[in-house]
Design a protein around this ligand. Sequence first.
Ligand code: GDP
Ligand code: IMO
Ligand code: MG
Length: 427
Amino acid sequence: MPALVLLGAQWGDEGKGKATDLLGGSVDYVVRYQGGNNAGHTVVVGDQKYALHLLPSGILSPTCVPVIGNGVVVDPSVLLSELSGLNERGVDTSKLLLSGNAHIITPYNVTVDKVTERFLGKRKIGTTGRGIGPTYADKINRVGIRVQDLYDESILTQKVEAALDVKNQILTKLYNRRAIAVGQVVEELLGYAEQIKPYVADTVLVLNQALEDDKVVLFEGGQGTLLDIDHGTYPFVTSSNPTAGGACTGAGVGPTKISRVIGILKAYTTRVGAGPFPTELFDEDGEALRRIGGERGVTTGRDRRCGWFDAVIARYATRVNGLTDFFLTKLDVLTGWEQIPVCVAYEIDGRRVEELPYSQTDFHHAKPVYETFPGWSEDITKAKSFSDLPKNAQNYVRALEEMSGAPISAIGVGPGRDETIEINSFL
Ligand code: GDP
Ligand code: IMO
Ligand code: MG
């Protein structure tokens, strides 16, 4: 019953899509367990590039069953347009399974996300504006709409009414916006119901039966450890649990079933949106990382903030996720630097601190303590084994591994499926 979790070890955009797609050919199921279309996962197959937001990256592997678990929030219009976009490119999406318990991102959740951010002004989170936070808030407040509600018009109407009763007060009285009509929302949601119906399933049962039958299940995280609502840099986080425990609640699979947890780790660091980022660079090095690494958001098109590798964060990701392996990505982007700084600890108000501080104030004051490693100038994009890498690149990888607390089992040297060095097999 091999069940693997693959998740972001930093602030998202580590290369989860590529890593998932790489394993997709050898696994039976790929499951998204949290988040929604705030994610943007890039997969490059030959000369074809795909940007997936809601669908699991395993959808590009013909033998794999893609699953959207109960912990995901689903915008039905995005789901349908993503499916038809893939169909037009010849991808078979008919095996998709969607949990009937997944919550729906309604049009009013998207509105509330946008107006709340505007209202926060300077204190805004920099969300993707996709309605993620308000949808999870409705779920926790027990006024959410679930996929299964689309198949009972009377229940759907009652639930939308209950949700809008409060929201319309807030929209009209606090935010000075127009009220949203119940009938309009219900009509829009019912319009999606029949098209989505073929995919709706009891995914918890399907996945647990698959594990009993010794099938291989891969859980694909969205976002990353430092964006986790519990373990991230709160309040500058997303509203779900990308960390390993989220795979259990977001898919209905017990923790005893998980055999491996793989952290996807970029060879440097990026972040989109607001919030603390100790190794962020504001100089030409930051600009060069952005340019060479193509660091622009897949979902919102925003420039990503860039900085050096932060080993304190990697150690923290190992701890809160119980990581068994790392997949180090984008090592090729660092080619050409004479010296590469790595943050090994923080200095906080004059003290050296080796581990991520739990206090928000301390983290905001954290200054990186750097150790510098000699770089390399050789092209590494054709490297197939660890020994093909220049000595300095090998030393850089070994140093990151030692500081981060789990073995680096694969290294990305380019965006393509085959631009990967496999050190230890994941399966
Ligand atoms: P995700 O959200 O974690 O799936 O990551 P994104 O797709 O948002 O961002 C990662 C970007 O890096 C994408 O453009 C990938 O095609 C690209 N990428 C992934 N791995 C590598 C790698 O090893 N080298 C290079 N140069 N690019 C990579
Ligand atoms: P993938 O899966 C990077 C960030 C947003 C914002 C914060 C909250 O591609 O790695 P939200 O819309 O979720 O309420 O926004 O989280 N964020 C991401 N950053 N990669 C992502 O996904 C992200 N999804 C959300 O920029 O700072
Ligand atoms: Mg992304």
